[in-house]
Structures are given as C-alpha cells and as structure tokens.
Write a protein that binds this ligand. Structure first.
Ligand code: UDP
Length: 415
C-alpha cells in the first residue's frame, strides 16, 4: 500500500513577500500532508495557520540571523551558532517527513545539511534572479552549490531559471512553473471600498497611478517619484512596506525626502502594507511597476491585470514574460523616469486604448496564471520528485483495516 509523501516546507521569513504568498497557495492546497517550518514567527505564520496549515517555529530566537543575500564570510561566521541551532531544530522536525522543500535561497542553506544528514530528498523553489544585483559571490556560490544537490528545482520564471544556470547551476531537474492566482478573488465587487479610497487619495479631479509591492531600493519607488515630478496633474499612491532589512527602512526615509525635495509630496501618498490590495488596485487608473533590476516574477503585475487595470512594467525578467508589449500592457526601460512618465501620459490620454490593454491583459492572465491549473503543475512536480512511500496497513486486533487520522492539527508549534 502506498501513501502520499509528507512534505515539510521550509522558509526563512514570516513576512509576507511574494515568495511566501506563493508558498501559502501550495501549502494550503496540500495541508493534509504538509507542515511549514519557519525561522521566525510573524504574519506569514498567521496566514498559514488561519488556513489550517501546521507551522513549526524554533524556540530559539533566530531573528539575530544576520545572513542576507549580500552577506560576507564574517556574517556567516558570526551567525554559525544560530545557523547550527536552526539546522538542529529543522532536523528534529524533518525526520518525520518524506520530503523537504526549501522556499527561497536562505532556506536552502539550512535545508541542505538536514536533507544530507537525514537522507531525505530536497526540492528547491527558486524565487530569485541569482546575480550580482541581489547576491554577492559567496551567497551565489553557496546557494547554487546547495541547489545543485537538490533532487529538483522549480523556478518561478524562465528568467530565474536562466540566471541559476548562468550562475553555475547544474541541476538537470529544473522546471519553470509560474505563480498562480485565484482569478475570482480579483473579480470581487469592492466598488464601495475603492470609491472611499479614491476620495481619500485625491478624488477624481486628478488621475491616480499606483505602485504596489514592498519598499526596497531595487523595487524602484524612486523612479515613480521622479516621474510624478514630470506629471504635476497626476497623483500617485505607493502600497507596500519596507519588510526585510534596515537598508529597506533607510530607503523608505529617502523616498519621503526625495518626494519633499522634488515638491511632489502633495501628489503622493504612502499607504503601507495592505493585507488586501484589491480595493487599491481598483481605485487607481493605471498600475506601474518600476523595478530597477530584473524582477524574478512580478506577482503585482498579474494581480493588476486580473483586477482589470492597464499596467506599465519595466523590461526584463518576469515582466517581459508576462507582458506582451503594447498588447497586454506596456514595457519601459528600467530606471528611466522620463519613459515611465511618457507611458503614463499616453495611457491617460488614450483611455480607450488603455481599456483595451487592460482587457487583453486580464484575458492573458486568466489563461496563463489561474490558480487551479498552476496548483496541478506544482502538485505534479512534487509528486514526480517525491519518494514512493509504502506503509503497512494498520489493522485492529480483529484484523479489520483501521483508518489513520492525520496527525496534523492546527496550532502554533515550537520545536
Ligand atoms: N502585497 C500585499 N500588500 C501590500 C503590497 C504587496 O499583499 O501592501 C503583495 C502583492 O499583492 C503581491 C506580493 O505582495 O502578491 C508581492 O509579490 P511580487 O512578486 O510583486 O514581489 P516580491 O515581494 O516577491 O519581490
């Protein structure tokens, strides 16, 4: 008799970035046979638990883990005690599972030694473009070396897969599966909320453009501020928060200062992190995406398309795979505020064309990124690479087959 292999997902952060929202979809779908190990507690844990997924968090505070994508040897050395403690905690949990699944690069570093010692197959979900923009050589080497040892890798775009190969990735079992989206969620009627928002964001007198996503230098919020300077009759809203590093916090302060310096403070509002971005997406006229280096996937672009908005995004990476330029959206050069301002102007002056782009984008997004079909691809990827689990039929004393209840029950677990 075979049974479904039990999966332990591993992620380093409990903040809600795109990689975590993507994993949430997979883990919720497979919650009857998975748990999630996080290095820390936070909103991602709350989201998973609300959806019935068991989450394990180490007892020891690992917030002091100072390893980042650009960390040097010194950071690694000083983080050794925390890293060892994480490896030990993960090993304790992982022994009960058939398969480890590392979500993001930092999780790979901790999952690889555990998978090797326990001789468990490891799958890796790549959400990053491995390259000098985001990883220094040490981190790139460590990640690629770890990922090469995995049973298989799934990348979120052709661009992420190509960057892994370029960085020396040799794993022959590499597939590309995009993020998936619950299409109906973006068709919900939020008219009342978005009208109220629109009023609070300056009303209908001026057009409104929105930039969605966490605040970080490479997400290019500065480029929007510079573009607004060239469009005095346009308002902007930035939805998202500085989630991960002190450098992100510093960048956020710089954004306020830049808006002040360029005299666009009255045109621009910062709304912070929103658990539901839909009313904001609906409230704006145009959605812009301004990443200054190639975006690995770009969930916010698909979400804007599903919400029926015309999107302008920067060329390269995932956006170039999602958007057919001037058919399902507009692609502009990264870090070029004049080109961005020109594209915004063009859409605002040609509303009919903007509507057509939005409608085309929505149709393409529904066709390519519907959650149900993407979940099938993910599940097939996992099952293909999972070991076959045979187990003896549990029987009672009278010899009648006994059904086993799944041990997982919702609740916070410290390990
Ligand atoms: N997001 C959110 N609230 C916010 C800003 C962003 O829930 O205030 C979500 C957004 O809807 C998207 C994700 O965060 O699903 C960002 O994913 P993306 O791939 O665009 O960027 P990443 O964070 O992975 O770099």
């Amino acid at each position: 008799m075979t049974s479904d292999p039990k999966i332990l997902f591993v992620d380093y952060t409990a903040e809600l970035g795109g990689g975590q929202l993507c994993l949430a979809d997979i883990a919720v779908h497979l919650r009857h046979r998975c748990e999630v190990f996080l290095f820390e507690s936070g909103p991602f844990q709350d989201l998973l638990e609300k959806e019935g997924v068991v989450v394990r968090v180490p007892k020891r505070d690992t917030a002091s883990l100072s390893v980042r994508k650009k960390s040097n040897w010194f950071s690694y050395l000083s983080s050794i005690p925390v890293l060892l403690s994480l490896v030990a905690s993960l090993a304790r949990v992982a022994s009960r599972f058939d398969l480890l699944y590392a979500n993001t690069a930092k999780a790979v570093m901790v999952a690889v030694p555990v998978a090797l010692v326990l001789r468990k197959p490891l799958l890796v979900h790549l959400h990053d473009i491995i390259g000098p923009d985001h990883f220094n050589r040490l981190n790139s080497w460590l990640f690629v070396g770890g990922a090469n040892l995995a049973k298989a890798i799934v990348a979120n775009s052709d661009a992420s897969a190509a960057a892994y190969r370029k960085a020396g990735g040799k794993n022959r079992n590499l597939e590309v599966i995009p993020n998936g989206f619950a299409v109906e969620r973006f068709a919900a009627d939020v008219t009342a909320q978005s009208r109220t928002l629109r009023t609070s964001l300056g009303g209908e007198d001026k057009p409104l453009v929105g930039l969605f996503g966490r605040i970080a230098a490479w997400k290019g919020q500065k480029v929007l501020i510079e573009a607004l300077k060239q469009l005095p009759d346009v308002n902007g809203v930035i939805v998202g928060e500085a989630l991960f590093t002190a450098a992100d916090q510093q960048y956020k302060r710089e954004l306020f200062a830049l808006a002040e310096k360029l005299g666009v403070s009255t045109q621009l509002q910062f709304e912070g992190f929103q658990t539901d971005v839909l009313p904001y997406l609906k409230a704006v006229d145009v959605v812009v995406h301004c990443s200054t280096s190639p975006e690995p996937f770009g969930r916010v672009i698909v979400e804007a398309q599903l919400a029926g908005k015309a999107v302008i995004a920067t060329k390269g990476g995932g956006p170039s795979e999602i958007i057919d330029d001037r058919v399902t959206g507009i692609l502009v050069s990264p870090s070029n505020s004049a080109e961005l301002a020109g594209a915004i102007q063009e859409l605002l002056e040609n509303r009919k064309w903007a509507e057509q782009l939005a409608a085309n984008g929505r149709q393409a997004a529904i066709r390519r990124f519907g959650l149900e079909s993407v979940l099938k691809e993910w599940t097939a990827f996992i099952n293909r690479n999972a070991p076959t689990v045979t187990k003896p039929r549990p029987v009672t004393e009278d010899g009648i087959e006994k059904r086993e209840a799944h041990p997982a029950a919702v609740g916070r677990r410290e390990v």
